[in-house]
Design a protein around this ligand. Structure first.
Ligand code: G3P
Length: 217
């Protein structure tokens, strides 16, 4: 399973990248706004900086909701860097745009996916990635991991090549469960990635080893 970081924060991207386990980055308009990036030039420059930091797929989201607008934005975005993946919302014109991008050799990430039916449509249109939002499904009282299992089953049975990119990850256990369910990629906040490191028995064991090491230092 590939690890992407789900942020536009450069310090967090750097920290995850330095761990040596980062395969890519996903952003969205909310994450960009959180970093205070304002204006088209600044947004484009921010994506360029991220692309220069991490050699992997970098999702940059369109903000148009009509076909022509999404195509125009996507064409601009892919000029920034060869690793840009155009992130497109799961709406009718989004599906048409994904089909167009696919036919024109441009990678896509279909975002805001909350059902298996939406995932099938994205795969039929040729999306490179489909992004089910695990945490937001859990927030609604359903089980996001169940959706990952269901999409994995469908894509495997049908032979769809679209990669399942589990998004809206809220904790380390989500990452483990997504790996178990067969997600191809998990895009995570830095805290959730670092949370995988933690176990109290590791801390207790290390403290004891270091204490005993003093006996022969
Ligand atoms: O990748 C999608 C993600 O950013 C959404 O996460 O925590 O806002 O549901 P969240």
């Amino acid at each position: 399973m590939k690890f992407f970081i789900d942020t536009a924060n450069l310090a967090q991207i750097k920290e995850a990248h330095e761990l040596g386990i980062l395969d890519g980055v996903t952003t969205n308009p909310s994450l960009m706004a959180k970093e205070g990036v304002k204006g088209k030039e600044a947004v484009m420059q921010h994506y360029k900086t991220i692309c220069e930091m991490v050699d992997g797929d970098i999702s940059a989201e369109v903000i148009s909701t009509d076909f022509d607008g999404m195509i125009a934005e996507g064409k601009e975005l892919v000029k920034i860097h060869k690793n840009i993946v155009v992130k497109v919302p799961m709406i009718k014109d989004g599906i048409k745009a994904i089909k167009w991008f696919t036919e024109n050799g441009i990678k896509t990430n279909c975002t805001l996916v909350f059902s298996a039916g939406q995932a099938i449509l994205a795969a039929k249109a040729g999306a490179t990635y489909v992004s089910p939002f695990i945490g937001r499904i859990d927030d609604g009282g359903w089980d996001g991991i169940d959706l990952i299992h269901q999409i994995r089953q469908i894509f495997s049975v049908q032979g769809f090549n679209t990669e399942i990119l589990a998004a809206s990850i809220r904790n380390p256990n989500h990452i483990i469960k997504c790996a178990e369910a067969g997600a191809d990629v998990c895009t995570c906040p830095l805290d959730s990635i670092l949370g995988l490191l933690k176990h109290p028995l590791t801390d207790i064991g290390l403290a004891k080893f270091l204490e005993d090491a003093k006996k022969f230092a």
